[in-house]
Design a protein around this ligand. Structure first.
Ligand SMILES: [Zn+2]
Length: 287
């Protein structure tokens, strides 16, 4: 199997804006919660590097030199990530957190803008105010066993999601992010998407028609109310790293090789929105 090094081509300026601004690596706003301070993230960084190095040694022992090389390279990249030169990898707990924070800050500003615009429209046309919701969309067929994981192309899957929603007639503004969870034996790709709606139940029904369940008990679509913007760090987390470090350490290197090929900003699914960069910040604006 070939492991290609990532070639980051899209969002070059926006990517640079995050990795060259140490503000996103510190403990400033937005706050991601007590488990995601800069200190705890640094500890997690050392843990991830250790896991990669051990996996590289095992691959060497097993005679898989290509895999061993890829894992050593990745471990080195994370080890070399410093304030002078950030690695920008989605695998790097420090960089992934910086991107998560920059995205959350951009979405907070976007939501404020959209809420103001929605309120004006509802007053002017005497219609029901649209409320911000988070839709969790789990296409049940998008599962990957650890060996299938190498075929996962998150960018391609994001395009699929956008096309599927567009084909189903969705024209509203949406800001979402891909997420990979470990589900006892396989990885499940799914999405968390923020959007506005005046009818949450009808929206859920509509999404369920596109992403149906297979068995009783399946919850392929859940549309939750939002009471604050506290859901944004969750929406932009990509993986639950603390949990994976606790429960799935042996499987983690395979996932890390996949994630390293994905640009942190390519995790996002933006509908009718454009991403840009301004003064070391990300900006998301309606098109
Ligand atoms: Zn880094």
């Amino acid at each position: 199997m070939q492991y290609r090094a990532p070639t980051f081509r899209r969002h070059v300026r926006a990517h640079e804006a995050v990795v060259t601004n140490e503000f996103w690596y510190g403990d400033g706003s937005p706050y991601l919660g007590p488990s995601f301070t800069a200190k705890k993230t640094a500890e997690r960084q050392a843990d991830v590097i250790g896991i990669l190095q051990r996996a590289a040694k095992s691959a060497e022992t097993a005679g898989d030199r290509t895999l061993a090389r890829a894992l050593w390279d990745l471990a080195d990249k994370l080890y070399d990530c410093s304030t002078r030169a950030r690695c920008g990898s989605l695998d790097c707990p420090k960089c992934a957190r910086a991107f998560q924070k920059a995205k959350v800050a951009a979405e907070e500003a976007l939501i404020l803008e959209l809420t103001t615009a929605n309120n004006k429209t509802s007053v002017a046309s005497s219609t029901k105010t649209k409320k911000l919701v988070m839709a969790n969309v789990v296409p049940l067929e998008m599962t990957f066993t650890p060996t299938q994981l190498a075929t996962l192309d998150i960018q391609k899957r994001n395009r699929w999601l956008k096309e599927t929603l567009t084909r189903a007639g969705f024209t509203r503004v949406m800001f979402g992010s891909a997420d990979i969870s470990w589900e006892n034996g396989f990885y499940q790709l799914h999405w968390h998407i923020g959007m506005f709606t005046s009818n949450r139940k009808a929206l859920t029904k509509r999404l369920k028609r596109i992403f149906p369940g297979k068995d009783k008990g399946d919850r392929p679509v859940v549309v939750s109310k939002t009471w604050s913007l506290g859901f944004l760090p969750y929406l932009n987390k990509a993986i639950k790293l603390p949990e994976l470090l606790r429960r799935n350490r042996t499987r983690l290197p395979e996932l890390l090789l996949v994630l390293d090929r994905t640009e942190p900003l390519d995790l996002m699914v933006l509908m009718k929105l454009r991403l840009s960069a301004q003064q070391c910040r990300l900006i998301i604006r309606p098109i």
